[in-house]
Design a protein around this ligand. Structure first.
Ligand code: DGL
Length: 268
């Protein structure tokens, strides 16, 4: 069990924002990353569709004998984590939510913005979570469905992306939020552009580190941390493998990009 890999799934390249934190937090662990690039974006799909797709991804990772599954996708987490845990009781599943607790701790004026996919925003799951921690916080949950396809192509700073971001963030600025929680795993790759628009006084939080620490806790509690330093990182995409590698390397940078060697296109 100990030397089996950690499975990480997302609708596309976005979950690499969490994969890179896991690799850093747990350098002795091997990983299998699965991207459903063919069916991306999930953010505009119905909860039923997302559940059907998510189940297929989990089955694939279980067949690959992973010891833990990280849902590096907020949309899957919000709609499916409870059901997936019931469907697959023999595997531990860690989900992702934006850095809700940290947002509540860090906001000074009690005004928080959450930027997520359209379906995640509609679910109100993340907003309700914040309100659970701090009833007095004013929370705006903005859903956007345009950005993910750009990020999937590796476009994180074109004029079109900046324009969409300016629109999406307009309400946050108008309502004077001082903390933004990124509620979609694709969006940490837009951190720089978001920062330029909202200004340096606004804190931008993502949950990558917290999820990596949670993965460590789960493995520690199960006594299943890796015993060897022979790591292998495998990548699978339901889309085009070459395109996935090209975009991924651009997003995570050259050093981590070096780890993206084994990549295969799969149909689920
Ligand atoms: N990256 C995913 C999330 O965290 C979903 C993006 C999408 O496919 O729309 O919500």
């Amino acid at each position: 069990m100990n030397n089996q890999p950690i499975g990480i799934l997302d609708s596309g390249v976005g979950g690499l924002s969490i994969w890179r934190k896991i690799v850093k937090e747990l350098p002795n662990e091997s990983t299998i990353y699965l991207a459903d690039s063919l069916n991306c974006p999930y953010g505009e799909r119905t909860p039923e569709e997302i559940y059907v797709l998510a189940k297929r991804l989990v089955k694939f990772l279980i067949a690959k004998k992973v010891k833990l599954i990280v849902l590096a996708c907020n949309t899957v987490t919000v709609f499916c984590i409870d059901k997936l845990r019931v469907d697959f009781p023999d595997i531990q599943i860690v989900g992702t939510v934006p850095a809700v607790k940290t947002a509540v701790e860090q906001t000074k004026n009690h005004r928080i913005g959450i930027l997520s996919t359209e379906s995640t925003a509609k679910s109100n799951y993340q907003k309700n979570l914040i309100n659970k921690f701090a009833k007095d916080c004013f929370v705006i949950n903005k859903g956007d469905s345009e950005l993910v396809p750009y990020i999937e192509k590796g476009d994180i700073k074109s004029g079109s992306v900046k324009k969409i971001l300016r629109n999406a963030l307009g309400e946050f600025i108008a309502k004077d939020v001082d903390t933004i929680a990124l509620g979609c795993s694709h969006f940490p790759f837009l951190r720089e552009e978001i920062g330029k628009i909202v200004g340096s006084k606004v804190k931008i939080l993502d949950s990558g580190n917290a999820i990596a620490r949670q993965a460590r806790r789960v493995l520690t509690n199960n006594n299943s941390l890796s015993l060897s330093k022979n790591t292998l990182h495998e990548f699978y995409t339901t889309g085009n493998a070459e395109e996935f590698v090209k975009v991924s390397k651009k997003l995570v940078g050259n050093k981590l990009g070096e780890l993206i060697k084994s990549i295969q296109s799969v149909s689920l």
